[in-house]
Design a protein around this ligand. Structure first.
Ligand SMILES: C[S@@+](CC[C@H](N)C(=O)[O-])C[C@H]1O[C@@H](n2cnc3c(N)ncnc32)[C@H](O)[C@@H]1O
Length: 295
């Protein structure tokens, strides 16, 4: 009995020390993040740092519940309109020194980017595009911010990973607050939350209403990429996209030759998990049609 109590006591102590360690780690990372997330990472900055500063973040310290309710009030910050959005601080290396303004717009969005693997692989493939991940979970967003800061520091000499960043936001509510009409060239929906139960289907990230918003921010000819390991969700996404007058399904020829299809197949954390478990991956791509609807 006393042995059992001691074991329980030891367990409690172990959990407490783990939780204290996690809190301490998060606090330290937060200080670093606040100082570095919006600054230009260059030689001068690196000179003043110690070598520990550019370590990649440790994922287990950022764990959070798997699902976040997209309908609840997350106290998110969002601009009144895209004009009010200051993107310069997200991509400081792309700020024109003479005008002080950003030389480009965000054109690629990873919706529900999770831990950021897709953006990290897209970054070198699209060095002239600004890429944004939108993620609703706070700790997951923090992880991606810390990952990008560390990567920028590690690769400052080659100026790598300057074109990616992440924003905490609810893509089901505020996309038109962030992006102008026709601003985006590509939108990725990789392994979105499946919301299996019928009464939860309304929380799926692809619905008829939301597709109209995605069509608004996508330019004509822009592409929506979808991939999932859940067949029922795949059928749902295909059905809604097929039915929407502003999207057209792309054929196998496109799928075989498009660079992004290859990247999205293997680079996201969920995709890698599916690979390890030898699961299936279902994907489809759709082109944004001109504004006049199909006859
Ligand atoms: C299953 S994970 C997939 C993450 C990543 N795309 C991947 O393939 O590894 C789905 C992600 O979408 C995020 N998410 C769900 N609803 C969202 C919303 N309305 N806006 C932004 N992110 C959302 C979740 O927090 C979660 O990180």
């Amino acid at each position: 009995m006393s042995e059992e109590r001691e074991t329980r006591h030891a367990k409690r102590q172990r959990l407490q020390s783990q939780s204290e360690k996690r809190l301490q780690y998060r606090e330290e990372q937060e200080i670093k993040r606040k100082n570095l997330k919006h600054v230009k990472i260059d030689e001068n900055l690196i000179k003043d740092q110690d070598s520990n500063d550019s370590k990649l973040p440790i994922k287990r310290f950022y764990r959070q519940r798997a699902h976040s309710n997209p309908f609840s009030d997350h106290k998110l910050e969002y601009p009144r309109s895209p004009d009010q959005m200051n993107w310069s601080k997200f991509y400081p290396k792309f700020v024109d020194e003479t005008t002080g303004k950003l030389s480009k717009q965000v054109t690629i969005a990873d919706i529900g980017c999770g831990y950021g693997g897709l953006m990290i692989d897209l970054s070198p493939a699209f060095p002239n595009n600004l890429i944004l991940g939108m993620e609703i979970r706070v700790q997951v967003t923090n992880f991606v911010e810390d990952r990008i800061i560390a990567l920028r520091q590690q690769h400052f000499k080659e100026d790598k990973f300057q074109n990616i960043n992440v924003l905490r936001g609810n893509a089901m509510k505020f996309l038109p607050n962030f992006f102008q009409k026709s601003q985006l060239e590509k939108m990725f929906f990789c392994f979105p939350d499946p919301h299996f139960k019928q009464r939860k289907h309304k929380a799926r990230i692809i619905t008829n209403t939301l597709l109209s918003e995605y069509a608004y921010v996508l330019k004509e000819g822009g592409i929506i990429y979808t991939i999932t390991d859940v067949k029922d969700l795949h059928d749902w996404m295909v059905k809604h996209l097929d039915e929407h007058p502003l999207f057209e399904r792309l054929d196998e020829n496109f799928e075989k030759n498009d660079e992004c299809v290859k990247i999205m197949f293997n680079s996201t954390e969920e995709g890698k998990k599916v690979e390890r478990n030898k699961g299936d991956k279902f994907f489809k791509c759709y082109k944004r049609l001109p504004d006049h609807p199909k006859l």
